[in-house]
Design a protein around this ligand. Structure first.
Ligand SMILES: O=C(O)c1ccccc1NCC(=O)[C@H](O)[C@H](O)COP(=O)(O)O
Length: 204
């Protein structure tokens, strides 16, 4: 099970996530998120990972080409275009930065084919990213993507195992569920989440 811990806001968060076994960390750069960081802080957080994990720049409110240039500047290994980006946006971004993840939700009536927009990974989230709200996984019964797709939205240490068993994703993503307050990661919860996600992997 591939695990991404998203919305890191301090350099100290990085070592905890990496030591707990995360495969990827995410930094959010946008205008309104409680976990938004500046480009300078994002670069420091990514540098602290020192190549040990994927480092994902997450954006949802800037032009795709600007995001692609920014991903290169801060040293991210992946750009996650979250929400209302078109296939043309993906093509424009890909010309500048090759490794793209597409994040969307069932509520936005997306194309759930992994790679439909040229992305390497599809992330299925709640309608409002970073809200900490779970969505109805039962809706995936007939339409679950196949391939490298990540489940996100309201996952926590106490519900991630059940969500994995139900949705059978390739990976999981968490942000609010490992925080003590919006934008502040709880290091104990990060360890607990990794442990729960890994335990269910070992059972399947
Ligand atoms: O986390 C945010 O605040 C955010 C804001 C704007 C765009 C994307 C954002 N997060 C993207 C993620 O990949 C989150 O980890 C994902 O939405 C799950 O969040 P949560 O439900 O809080 O675990």
């Amino acid at each position: 099970m591939f695990v991404k811990v998203c919305g890191l806001t301090t350099v100290d968060d990085v070592a905890v996530a990496v030591e707990a076994g995360a495969d990827a960390i995410g930094v959010v750069i946008n205008r309104t998120s409680p976990r938004a960081v500046t480009p300078d802080l994002a670069r420091s957080i990514i540098a602290a990972a020192d190549g040990a994990v994927e480092t994902v720049l997450v954006v949802n409110d800037m032009p795709a080409e600007d995001a692609a240039r920014l991903a290169g500047r801060i040293g991210a290994t992946v750009l996650q275009l979250h929400g209302a980006y078109t296939a043309a946006d993906f093509a424009a971004a890909r010309a500048l930065f090759p490794r793209l993840w597409r994040a969307t939700s069932l509520a936005h009536d997306p194309d759930l084919t992994v790679g439909a927009y040229g992305e390497q990974v599809l992330l299925l989230d709640a309608p409002q990213p970073g809200s900490g709200r779970q969505w109805d996984l039962g809706a995936l019964a007939d339409t679950a993507p196949s391939g490298d797709w990540i489940l996100a939205g309201g996952l926590r240490p106490d519900n991630v195992a059940r969500a994995i068993a139900q949705a059978r994703p390739w990976g999981v993503d968490v942000s609010s569920g490992v925080e003590s307050s919006p934008g502040v990661k709880d290091h104990g919860k990060i360890r607990e989440f990794l442990s729960s996600a890994t335990a269910v992997t070992n059972l399947t």
